[in-house]
Design a protein around this ligand. Sequence first.
Ligand SMILES: NC(=O)c1ccc[n+]([C@@H]2O[C@H](COP(=O)([O-])OP(=O)(O)OC[C@H]3O[C@@H](n4cnc5c(N)ncnc54)[C@H](O)[C@@H]3O)[C@@H](O)[C@H]2O)c1
Ligand SMILES: O=C(O)C(=O)C[C@@H](O)[C@H](O)[C@H](O)COP(=O)(O)O
Ligand SMILES: [Zn+2]
Length: 378
Amino acid sequence: MSLAASFAEPQVAERVEVGLGARAYDILIGPGLLASAGERIAALGARTVGVVTDENVARLHLATVERSLAAAGLGFSTVTVPAGEPSKSFGRLSEVVDGLLAARIERGDVVLALGGGVVGDLAGFAAAILRRGVRCVQAPTSLLAQVDSSVGGKTGINSVRGKNLIGAFHQPSLVLADVDALDTLPPRELRAGYAEVVKYGLIDDPAFFAWLEARPRAAFEPGQDRIRAIATSCRAKAAVVARDEHETGDRALLNLGHTFGHALEADVAYDGARLIHGEGVAIGMAMAFRFSVSLGLCPPEDAARVERHLEAVGLPTSPKAIPGGVGSADVLFGHMQQDKKVSRGRLTFILARGIGRSFVAKDVDPAAALAFLKRELA
Ligand SMILES: NC(=O)c1ccc[n+]([C@@H]2O[C@H](COP(=O)([O-])OP(=O)(O)OC[C@H]3O[C@@H](n4cnc5c(N)ncnc54)[C@H](O)[C@@H]3O)[C@@H](O)[C@H]2O)c1
Ligand SMILES: O=C(O)C(=O)C[C@@H](O)[C@H](O)[C@H](O)COP(=O)(O)O
Ligand SMILES: [Zn+2]
């Protein structure tokens, strides 16, 4: 067999288990895996598959998946939504659920989320509420979705009052991360997804952060380093999810950068031309480190190192980098009050004592946070 032909074969390069007892599932990572979707879903015992995807991904990757489902003898029906964050809405959710019901997706069947994090969150939530719960298989096609959103079962949509405020925990039955799909991902999206890769290093893995610093192209080019970066990220997330599925404790660490980032996304009204999720996370992580420095918790050199690495790959690190600017500190602070980590009316922050030394802080003085926001926007 020629090398080209052998590369066309689906390969599981890495397998990561999310250890949730009877609900444990695999994350399979490797080239060509979309072409194996049919046989893998058939092995779950489904008869019909409700595919949910977006317009970009449908154009590029849906035919491969549909061929694979047909070859495995599965019935299928596809619902396609517009690409982008505004699809995480009640309107689109209603369309998706209606499409799945029209296709008579039964409780024993499978909803297949084929796309980035928007499709994953939307389709995952549709699966959670359809007939009170249908299994979901995640086939993430963006870097962000492969390293983060397809894993861990957080699903949902946005509200005009804030990001991801309506949703459910609904773990997938399988995650199929086909690294070949990343070949068609636009560079800006690849960069944004990389912010969530860096996040795992910053939370509790300084060696991974140093590995990424030494190989700033690792996740950006096909090959073993990219697969290693994805698998390391998935292992980190799987470990946190296995010990705190419903975020009653240290799953909140996965929110590093998100208290600020989500407020920025809400502030631009989810306008992807100005800010996409991963960019918000990059800015938010840099802010979390600067805030930690200002509170005397983190050495300034570590915050500078974080900024340097994010900027080296072309990610923004300041809210001032957002085209068109953002609202006042008071407006951003208002968005932050809707954060899901708010408890008894108080904000929870993910702060850092250094790279790889993040922690959950529930006792931050709100006046200090507001003063920090004012300095950030001055
Ligand atoms: N549930 C979670 O745990 C979790 C974790 C992180 C992020 N998220 C959510 O994920 C969303 C962001 O996900 P995202 O960055 O993947 O955004 P996205 O789903 O909007 O995808 C990014 C863009 O890339 C396109 N695209 C996706 N795969 C492609 C491919 N292979 N080739 C060409 N184009 C492709 C999409 O059509 C879209 O235009 C946000 O809504 C965020 O809140 C959820
Ligand atoms: O899985 C988690 O837990 C995360 O926090 C991962 C984040 O990257 C992701 O953006 C998540 O959707 C944010 O969660 P939220 O509860 O703040 O909406
Ligand atoms: Zn995120």
